[in-house]
Design a protein around this ligand. Structure first.
Ligand code: ZN
Length: 353
């Protein structure tokens, strides 16, 4: 019967493969013993040639060069990645830099532009000195155009964007004098303000009655902005429930650009549990190093790396080959690589915007 003979065939092939594996294993152990005898390994080397449970795997044993070298593992790259070098300031620039009481703003390679010259008609700008990075203005325009389209309101006022450290020093001193304090909880220490980055801004509201200023508090009709800003790459940087981490009072008017897919991930409970602030997000990304599992979300592959300093001062990091990617420092010494995912079906429908 055909069925019977098929079964017999399978059984024979199993027997053959078992025998073959046994021969291979014997040969491999033999080679390893010989190699060990000829080139006694140091304790460190021996550790690297073993798996976690202490056994020598067949694959490693048959690859004499891997078993004898402890450096191969360290320089290994994930498939489809290659080494490159980047400028020394890379860890301190980019959309994801963390600027807070612990980490001062280090460097600015991009020049902010006057928002007045780039903005659309869906919001106001205090004066021509209010500046942001050009890329940020584009996303701000998109957000405010959509806000106006659904609310009919055009009275949001951009009151503050980029500030140089000298201006911050003035604001800081003014706040101390006004409150007769030695420390300010509202104005960041000069050098430690997000406003130095050109990625952050404050909203106010146009005055309805002359002489009466209105604070933007992100409630009522304006709640739409605070609830949807992540769709445009922005986050409410100092949320009410994160004051113990940010060390800054709740500021519903202060927005920070972090870009995509990061703004969405920070607010995606399915990925991060409950919405997290930038301090927490940087820690979260550190769980996805180059040699570990990478974060895959919204059509992107993300990993965090601690770059290796080269003799010429440049930094060595790994980047995907043949795929678009962006780099951002975290301002704590790390670099975040955000690459287009080649994925295998785990991607969401997400278009770069
Ligand atoms: Zn602010």
């Amino acid at each position: 019967m055909p069925r019977y003979s098929r079964r017999r065939k399978i059984r024979w092939s199993r027997v053959l493969s078992c025998a073959f594996a046994a021969i291979l294993l014997t040969a491999a152990v033999g080679i390893l013993i010989q190699v060990s005898a000829e080139f006694p390994l140091s304790a460190a080397d021996r550790e690297s040639s073993q798996t976690e449970d202490g056994t020598v795997s067949l694959a490693e044993a048959s690859d004499v060069s891997a078993a004898a070298s402890a450096t191969v593992e360290k320089d290994s790259l994930p498939e489809g990645w290659e080494w490159t070098t980047v400028p020394a300031e890379t860890p301190y620039t980019g959309d994801l830099i963390l600027v807070n009481p612990d980490y001062a703003y280090q460097a600015g390679s991009e020049t902010p532009v006057s928002v007045l010259e780039y903005k659309t008609d869906s919001y106001y700008v205090k004066d021509r000195n209010v500046a942001l990075l050009e890329n940020v203005v584009g996303h701000l325009n998109d957000m405010m155009d959509d806000f106006t389209a659904q609310s009919g309101l055009t009275d949001v006022l951009l009151i503050s964007g980029w500030r140089d450290p000298d201006r911050q020093e003035t604001l800081y001193q003014e706040d101390l004098e006004e409150k007769n304090q030695t420390q300010s909880t509202l104005v960041a220490v000069p050098g430690h303000s997000e406003h130095h980055t050109g990625l952050a801004f404050d909203f106010g509201l146009m005055q309805q009655v002359e002489g009466v200023g209105r604070t933007y508090d992100g409630t009522g009709s304006y709640a739409w902005i605070n609830e949807n800003c992540q769709e445009y790459g922005f986050v409410v940087r100092y949320p009410e429930d994160k004051m113990d981490i940010t060390k800054i009072e709740y500021e519903p008017w202060h927005f920070r650009y972090v870009g995509q897919p990061h703004a969405k991930i920070m607010n995606d409970s399915a990925i991060v549990g409950s919405p997290i602030c930038l301090e927490e997000y940087i820690e979260f990304l550190k769980k996805y190093p180059l040699d570990g599992e990478h974060l895959s979300a919204y059509g992107y592959e993300i990993c965090w790396q601690e770059p290796e300093k080269q003799a010429d001062g440049q930094l060595k990091i790994a980047v995907p080959s043949g795929r678009d990617y962006t780099l951002s420092g975290d301002n704590t010494g790390g670099i975040i690589v955000t690459a287009e995912d080649t994925g295998d079906g785990a991607n969401d429908d997400f278009s770069r915007g």
